[in-house]
Ligand binder design. Structure first.
Ligand SMILES: Cc1ncc(COP(=O)(O)O)c(C=O)c1O
Length: 397
């Protein structure tokens, strides 16, 4: 009898991880012990938290918490099915109606996440004979949606509408085209070329799509996003938003025409093949919309904090790139240096996640900071003092 020693067919993954360790890019998941707050405890250390997307502090807002608790008592913890079978509850429909009103569109469909909304929508709307014209820094979920659709992918340099125009000029007039940009770019915090791209979409007959994941709750009246900020209502065919960031809970959505939403109800694969939100999540999101409408001062506070912190970093001499939003990168250069900066900040009581290649370009590694409405001036000043100390220590400023 021969015994065969089974070789681990996944051993190559270990080799790849070793390479990350050697480059100083291996990351442990930081564990949050408690609530997602402006000052909180990760990995047993109390830190000022500059790493969450909890822009308005809504993850712990009493109105959202109460709404989630009540929905759980009334409707249980799960929906029990995908939306298209038995998992469409009245509360899901109410959330979609409220979001459509908020976004000023005919209809909205809610997905399990912003990622699913982007990937599921692009893949459903386009097919192999079509073409997508996409900003080079668009989010991974857009890129994956493009790949899944099998459409041709034409990438234009970041925010360069003239370059996008050249691409469009070279395409057959009869070909279906999707022009797509993030509203706010997640790694740089700058705002997409929405008005210029809307003009192009009209000139060349493109479907216009904006991913407003980081803009909803942040830009525009009551946080309606970049389309409202630029007054582009009616000119963007597909608006994506997330419920996972400023809204404080979980999910994503697409806002657009009734026809678009009906089509996605029938063809968007994450909608068709993945269970819908627990009622508590839908209820919390509805309560978040109430907060945006009734407590808009919370958004003003976010922007006051943003201005204070961004100008503080710049005064210290840090390279904050082109940020125009509460996302402020502190660009260090090489990946290992950015990770060292992040680690030293953490030891000194500030959590700003290091981000390196392949998420950003190899020479643009950074720590990414995000202030929220919930940060106090003292917390932000403390963070600036720590940045000054560690930045000098590492020769960054
Ligand atoms: C620009 C952008 N779009 C979409 C998403 C996905 O949103 P969600 O976290 O709800 O899946 C993100 C989140 O990282 C994002 O930054």
């Amino acid at each position: 009898m021969t015994t065969t020693v089974r070789r681990d067919p996944l051993a190559f993954l270990g080799t790849e991880l070793d390479a990350l360790r050697q480059q100083g890019l291996y990351r442990h998941l930081r564990i949050l012990e408690g609530e997602q707050r402006a000052t909180t405890t990760f990995d047993h250390r109390k830190v000022v938290n500059l790493s969450s997307n909890n822009y308005l502090g809504l993850t712990t807002h009493p109105r959202l918490r109460q709404a989630a608790l009540e929905a759980t008592r009334q409707f249980g913890v799960g929906s029990g099915s995908v939306r298209t079978i038995a998992g469409t509850m009245e509360i899901h429909m109410e959330l979609e109606r409220r979001l459509a009103e908020f976004k000023n569109t005919e209809a909205v469909v809610v997905f399990q996440s912003g990622f699913a909304a982007n990937a599921g929508t692009v893949a459903a709307v386009l097919s192999k004979d079509d073409v997508v014209i996409s900003d080079e820094l668009n989010h991974a979920s857009i890129i994956d949606g493009c790949r899944l659709s099998k459409a041709a992918i034409k990438v234009f340099p970041h925010k360069d509408a003239n370059a996008a125009r050249q691409v469009l000029k070279g395409l057959p007039a009869s070909q279906r085209k999707l022009l797509i940009t993030d509203g706010v770019f997640s790694m740089d915090g700058d705002v997409g070329a929405v008005p210029a791209l809307c003009n192009l979409a009209e000139e060349f007959g493109c479907i216009m799509m904006v991913d407003d994941a980081h803009a909803s709750g942040v830009f525009g009246k009551n946080g309606r996003g970049t389309i409202d900020h630029f007054n582009m209502h009616g000119r963007v065919d597909i608006q994506v938003g997330t419920l996972s960031k400023a809204i404080g809970a979980l999910g994503g959505y697409v806002a657009g025409s009734r026809t678009l939403i009906d089509f996605l109800y029938h063809r968007a694969r994450p909608f068709l093949f993945s269970t819908s939100h627990p009622p508590a999540v839908a209820a919390a999101c509805i309560a978040a919309l109430d907060v945006l409408m009734e407590e808009p001062a919370i958004i003003d506070r976010l922007w006051e904090n943003t201005r204070f912190f961004k100008s503080g970093l710049q005064a210290l001499g840090f390279n904050t790139g082109l940020s125009e939003s509460p996302i402020t990168p502190v660009i260090a250069g090489e990946g290992a240096l950015a990770m060292k900066l992040s680690d030293r900040l953490f030891e000194e009581g500030v959590f700003a996640q290091g981000i390196a290649y392949p998420t950003v370009a190899r020479d643009k590694a950074r720590v990414r900071t995000i202030v929220t409405a919930a940060h106090t001036r003292d917390e932000l000043q403390f963070a600036l003092d720590v940045f000054a100390k560690v930045g000098r220590e590492l020769g960054i400023v």
